[in-house]
Design a protein around this ligand. Structure first.
Ligand code: ADP
Length: 287
């Protein structure tokens, strides 16, 4: 599915939250959404999910107008999963099992389909069948978060919106959760829109980045290009560079040489720095 905004403007009363946004979201990509607080990131993803109306412009899904009810208000789009911050606050069933089957049953999914989804999704999110009879309060913080996300994946969304999904988790759990979501996204050719303040996470996981500022979409481009070639632009709007890219720049400054990196991912930059250090050493050994 392709989601497209043409010149979309959204107001909250007198306040304009999104101004003339035009963009296309292609299938099978991890797209990070970054920008200062108040830039319009949450408004953008809420409009996409059909939770907020647009005041001007058009929202198209596969070339057709996004669905509306009889009064012309947007309809919540079932194909889009939305993980809010602290999604575990929305766990309301008495057991994990009931939580996972609630939405699929409501939408009339067959028993067979529900079972197949559960068999696929539980291990994918690092959860075993043992948690099914437990009450949500018996789970650890990280498990609760994964159950809440699993219940959204049970609906087989084509596009998954993650609004700061790792808020409040420790670094190890953050990394584990993002890796699991990345596997789900890549193996199923799904799309993830990832709203984040964390430039390291944006650099590590995304194919593309959208940069919002003052309700405008300032950039939408390849992640490596943005972080490796547009550092001054990001700094100008108050965003930092990912730490591995900062390290690369510091090394450049100290050595007085330009260093090309193949990507902005931590592992690639560290390997590049290691290669460079070894070359330097063998050069000085020859001198
Ligand atoms: P971000 O997610 O980037 O922090 P938001 O989309 O939440 O930005 O907000 C964009 C702008 O809209 C901000 O100026 C914010 O104050 C305003 N805004 C957000 N939600 C509301 C609301 N419910 N009522 C009025 N103004 C709002």
């Amino acid at each position: 599915m392709v989601y497209q905004f043409n010149d979309v403007t959204v107001n909250y009363g007198e306040r304009t939250a999104l101004k003339n946004i035009s963009c296309t979201i292609q299938e099978g990509k991890w797209i990070s959404i970054i920008g200062p607080t108040g830039a319009g990131k949450s408004t953008f993803v809420k409009v996409l999910k059909g939770l907020l109306p647009i005041d001007e412009g058009m929202y198209l899904i596969d070339g057709q107008s996004a669905p509306r009810d009889r009064k012309g208000n947007p309809k919540v789009i079932a194909d889009i999963g939305y993980v809010f911050q602290y999604p575990e606050h929305q766990l309301f069933e008495t057991t994990v099992y009931k939580e996972l089957v609630f939405a699929p049953k409501l939408h009339g999914y067959s028993e067979q389909r529900i079972k197949e989804s559960m068999d696929e999704i539980l291990p994918r999110l690092g959860l075993s069948d043992d948690v099914l009879p437990l009450a949500p309060f018996q789970l650890s913080g990280g498990q609760k978060r994964r159950v809440a996300i699993a219940s959204i994946l049970m609906m087989e969304p084509k596009l998954l919106i993650l609004d700061e999904p790792t808020a409040g988790l420790d670094p190890v759990s953050r990394k584990a959760l993002l890796r699991l979501l990345q596997e789900w996204q890549q193996q199923n050719n799904r799309t993830i829109l990832f709203v984040t303040h964390d430039m390291n996470e944006a650099a590590e996981y995304s194919d593309e980045v959208m940069v919002f500022q003052n309700g405008q979409l300032k950039e939408h481009m390849d992640t490596n290009k943005l972080f490796l070639e547009h550092g001054p632009f990001l700094e100008q709007i108050g965003l930092s560079l990912p730490e591995p890219v900062q390290l690369l720049r510091q090394m450049e400054e100290l050595s007085g040489r330009r260093m090309e990196a193949p990507s902005c991912k931590e592992q690639d930059i560290l390997e590049q720095l290691a290669r460079w250090t070894m070359n330097e050493r063998s050069r000085s050994d020859h001198e």
